[in-house]
Design a binder for this molecule. Structure first.
Ligand SMILES: [Ca+2]
Length: 183
């Protein structure tokens, strides 16, 4: 009888040990990894001077004018840009087609005009690259906060026979887009 009670007591104490195991306390720790921030970048192109960087009045055949423009990326993303031209023809004399535009990279300076040539043709069709989305032949790339200098030369060819007393005003559009995820 005593032996049986003893066995029962042992069994009960073993059970109690198991129960106390279930309530075992553990040291634990978790760590927060915060500040996982996201933001969208920006594409911000500008030109300096902002307008009228190359002008000449009363041109005669043989005249030319060359001036510099700085193209800047004020944004936080790399961009690519293209240039297109719209030249007015209010007097219908087509001076815009008689004038030749040549665009070069800066090179030594715009006076020596020895940088890589990016365009030569009529003023009316002046262009660098293609503003269509994506990378096209001739598109220019600017890193974030980067800039480059271009030289624009407008010639009234000495061989031109006219038009006289004609006017045109050109607007050069510098169109930029992100290069990221945009092949
Ligand atoms: Ca393009």
């Amino acid at each position: 009888m005593i032996r049986r009670i003893l066995v029962s007591l042992i069994a009960i104490s073993a059970l109690a040990a198991c129960v106390s195991l279930g309530g075992l306390s553990l040291f634990t720790e978790s760590v927060d990894n915060g500040s996982n921030a996201f933001s969208s970048g920006s594409v911000d192109i500008s030109t300096s001077p902002a307008s009228a960087f190359v002008t000449m009045l009363n041109m005669a055949p043989g005249d030319s004018v060359t001036d510099q423009v700085t193209v800047s990326n004020g944004g936080t993303l790399e961009l690519r840009y293209a240039v297109t031209t719209v030249a007015t023809n209010a007097d219908a004399l087509n001076l815009r087609d008689a004038l030749t535009l040549t665009i070069r990279m800066l090179g030594t300076n715009c006076a020596t005009f020895d940088g890589t040539q990016l365009y030569t043709g009529t003023l009316a069709s002046g262009a660098i690259g293609d503003p269509a989305q994506g990378e096209d032949t001739g598109d220019r790339t600017l890193a974030a906060s980067g800039s480059e200098d271009l030289c624009f030369r407008v010639d009234f060819p000495s061989t031109a026979t006219g038009p006289e007393d004609a006017d045109t005003t050109a607007t050069f559009t510098f169109a930029a887009e992100q290069t990221a995820n945009n092949p």
